[in-house]
Design a protein around this ligand. Structure first.
Ligand code: NAD
Length: 347
C-alpha cells in the first residue's frame, strides 16, 4: 500500500496514451472532472474543461488551481447543442462527468436530472455522431442505477431497479449512450461508480458526498450523525483510484461498449467509517440519529461492488486503503478549508 502523499498510480502505466491527445471533460470544475484534469495535464494531454457552474453543484474554480494555466475553461451547459457541436470537434477523448448528482435534490425537483442528465447525454452523443464520430467517451454513471441489491457483491448482471430520479436519469443516460455506441459506432465506456471521496468534492452542504461531509464535521469538531444502527454496508473509493479507472478504461479497446463497476470489493459499515474518520482526524464525535422519512424511503440498503469485470478487462483495481484515503482527504481540507467552506470552528 502507498504511504501518504505518494502518487496513487504509476503514470508510466498510461505510457504515451494521452500525450498530445485532445481531451474534453464535461463537469470539469467539479470533483471528479477537476481531478481528471490535474492527472491528464502532466500526461501531456491538451485539456478543455466545460462546466456551467450551476449553484449548489460541485463546481469550484479552485479545484483546477494546480493546472489553471494549462487547461482551457469553457463555461457552457451540456444541453446547449450549439456549444456542444463545436466543443466535441477534434477531441480524442471525452470524459462525461457533468450532471445533477444529488439524489436528495432530485426528490424535490426532478427536472434538472431530466434536463442535464438525460437530455445532456443525448446532446453530447448527437454532437459526437455528427461532428466527431471517432471520439471515445467515458461516462461516470452511478451504483445507484442498481437500486436495492439482490445479492452481494453486486455485479454488472444484477437487475436495475433504481429508487430515485437521479438514479433513473443516469440509467436512461447510460442506455442512450449505449445506443450511440452500438448503433452509430460512437465508442463509449459506461462506468458505474460507487461512493467516491477525496480532495475537491464540494463541502458546502450535506446533500451529496457523505464521506466528505463526515470529514468536514470531524475537522470542525462537530457531532457526526449516524443514521439507523449504522450497520448499512457500502464500498468507498478514493478519488485517485477512481481517476485511474477512468483513464485506464479510456485507453482500453476491450472496454468499448461495456458497462463496468468501479468500486472496492470490500465493504465497510457507516458506523465503522465514522469511527475511522474520527480516529484519523483526531477530532469530532458521533451519535445515532433517525433516518428522515424521505431518506429512509430511498435507502437501498447494503451495497458493495463486484469489480471482477473491470479487473479482467481493463486491469484496474483500487490501491488506496480507506484509512490512507481519509488521511489524505483530511490533509487537503485542513490546508484549503477556506476555499471549500466557511468554518465556524477554529482552523
Ligand atoms: N462523487 C461520487 O461519489 C459519484 C458517484 C457515482 C457517480 N458519480 C457521477 O460522476 C459525475 C461527476 O460527479 P462529481 O462528484 O464530480 O460531481 P460534481 O457536482 O462535483 O461535478 C459535476 C460538475 O458538473 C457541472 N454540471 C452539472 N450540470 C451541468 C450542465 N448541464 N452543463 C455543464 N456542467 C454541468 C457542475 O457545475 C459540477 O461542476 C456525475 O455524473 C455523478 O453522477 C459521482
Amino acid at each position: 500500500m502507498l504511504t501518504r502523499g505518494e502518487k496513487n498510480s504509476d503514470d508510466r502505466s498510461f505510457g504515451t496514451g494521452f500525450r498530445g491527445k485532445k481531451v474534453l471533460i464535461t463537469g470539469g470544475l467539479g470533483f471528479i472532472g477537476s481531478s481528471l484534469a490535474i492527472r491528464l495535464v502532466p500526461l501531456g494531454a491538451d485539456v478543455t474543461v466545460l462546466d456551467a457552474m450551476i449553484p449548489d453543484y460541485g463546481g469550484n474554480l479552485f479545484n483546477i488551481e494546480p493546472v489553471k494555466k494549462d487547461v482551457t475553461v469553457n463555461f457552457s451547459n451540456i444541453t446547449d447543442s450549439t456549444s456542444m457541436n463545436y466543443l466535441v470537434r477534434e477531441k480524442d477523448y471525452i470524459f462525461h462527468c457533468a450532471g445533477q448528482v444529488c439524489h436528495i435534490m432530485s426528490l424535490s425537483n426532478p427536472f434538472p436530472d431530466i434536463e442535464y442528465n438525460i437530455k445532456g447525454a443525448a446532446v453530447l452523443m448527437q454532437a459526437c455522431k455528427n461532428y466527431n464520430p471517432t471520439v471515445k467517451i467515458v461516462k461516470t454513471g452511478t451504483r445507484g442505477q442498481y437500486g436495492p441489491s439482490v445479492k452481494l457483491p453486486v455485479d454488472e448482471e444484477a437487475p436495475t431497479n433504481p429508487r430515485g430520479i437521479y438514479e433513473i436519469s443516469n440509467l436512461a443516460a447510460e442506455k442512450i449512450m449505449k445506443i450511440y455506441n452500438d448503433v452509430h459506432g460512437v465508442r463509449t465506456v459506461l462506468l458505474r461508480l460507487t461512493n467516491i471521496y477525496g480532495p475537491r468534492s464540494q463541502m458546502r452542504h450535506s446533500r451529496f458526498g457523505v464521506v466528505n461531509w463526515f470529514i468536514r464535521q470531524a475537522l470542525d469538531n462537530e457531532t457526526i450523525k449516524v443514521f439507523g444502527d449504522g450497520k448499512i454496508l457500502r464500498d468507498f473509493l478514493y478519488i485517485d483510484d477512481c481517476v485511474d479507472a477512468l483513464l485506464a478504461s479510456a485507453l482500453c479497446e476491450k472496454a468499448e461498449g461495456e458497462i463496468l463497476n468501479v468500486g472496492v470489493d470490500k465493504a465497510v459499515c457507516f458506523l465503522d467509517l465514522v469511527k475511522l474518520i474520527i480516529e484519523v482526524t483526531g477530532s469530532g464525535r458521533w451519535e445515532f440519529s433517525e433516518f428522515s422519512p424521505e431518506r429512509k424511503a430511498q435507502e437501498p440498503g447494503d451495497f458493495y461492488s463486484d469489480i471482477a469485470k473491470i479487473r479482467k478487462i481493463v486491469g484496474w483495481e483500487p490501491r488506496v486503503t480507506l484509512e490512507e484515503g481519509l488521511a489524505r482527504t483530511a490533509d487537503y481540507y485542513r490546508q484549503h478549508r477556506r476555499c471549500y467552506w466557511q468554518s465556524t470552528a477554529a482552523a
